[in-house]
Design a protein around this ligand. Sequence first.
Ligand SMILES: Nc1ncnc2c1ncn2[C@@H]1O[C@H](COP(=O)(O)OP(=O)(O)OP(=O)(O)O)[C@@H](O)[C@H]1O
Ligand SMILES: [Mg+2]
Length: 270
Amino acid sequence: MKPSAVSADNLPQAPYYLPQGREVELFRHAHHNQLPVLLKGPTGCGKTRFIEHMAAVLDRPLYTVACHDDLSASDLVGRHLIGDGATYWSDGPLTRAVREGGICYLDEVVEARKDTTVVLHPLSDDRRMLPIERTGETLQAPPEFMLVVSYNPGYQNLLKGMKTSTRQRFVGLRFDFPDPERERAIVAAESGLDDERVGPLVELARDLRNLKDHDLEEAPSTRLVVHAAVLVRDGFRPAEAARSALVEPLTDDEETAMALMEVVDAVLGQ
Ligand SMILES: Nc1ncnc2c1ncn2[C@@H]1O[C@H](COP(=O)(O)OP(=O)(O)OP(=O)(O)O)[C@@H](O)[C@H]1O
Ligand SMILES: [Mg+2]
C-alpha cells in the first residue's frame, strides 16, 4: 500500500484513497457529529481502504474486526482470562476503541451473532454507552469514538439481513466500482503500471462486469484489476495476467472460464 502523495490533510502516512464522490466529507461530518457509519458495496471496491484512509486523516486508532458467524458479544467486548493462577479481564477490540476514542470497524457485520446487537445498539444511538456485563462497568464513549460497520448487500440472505432497528442507527454510504477514469488512476497508482497498459485492463474489467448471462457470483473488482496490473508490470503477458488475476478468481466452472477468456482475448489480444 502506498502512502498518498496529497491526502486531504497532508498527512503523508494516510494510505492512498481516491474518493468516488462526497464520502470523505460525509465521513468527516459523521465523525464530528458522533454518528455511526455503515459502508455497503461489493467486494474489492475500496471500503477497507477508505476506512484506513479516514482513520489516518482523522488521526484515530483503528480496530478492525472481521465478523464471522461465531463472533459473539464477548469477542467484541472482552473476557476474563486465566494466567499465572489468577483471572484477569482483557478488553476486546470494541472496548479498546471506546476507551481510546478510536474507530471500531466491524467488517461484514451481518455475519456476527445476534447477541452482538445487545452491545451495538446502546453504543450506536445517542446514548453512546457500552455496557460490560461481565465486569458491571458501563463505558461512556468519548466524542472521538466512532462505530463503523460494513456489509456486502449481494451476499445477504433472508436470515442474515440486518435488523431495521440496527440499520436505522447508521449514516449509510454506498460504494461501487469507480468510473473508468478513476479506476485507471487507482490501478496505476496501486500497481505502478503505466497508463497505456492500465487502460485495456480497466476496459476488460468493465466488459466482464457487463456479462450478465454468465452465472458469476460477483463482478470482477478493482482489487482484481490491480492484481492483473501488478503481474503485467512484472512482465507477464496481459492475457496471461488476466487469466490468473481476473478469470480464475471469478469462477471454477471451466466453460465459464473459457467464455471469459474469449472476452479477454478480444480486448487484450492473445
Ligand atoms: N477508491 C480507491 N482508492 C484507492 N484504492 C482503491 C480504491 N478502490 C479500490 N482500491 C484498491 O482495491 C483494493 C481493494 O479494496 P478494499 O480492500 O478496500 O475493498 P473492500 O471494499 O474492503 O472489499 P471487501 O468487501 O472484499 O473487504 C485496495 O487494496 C486498493 O488497491
Ligand atoms: Mg474490506
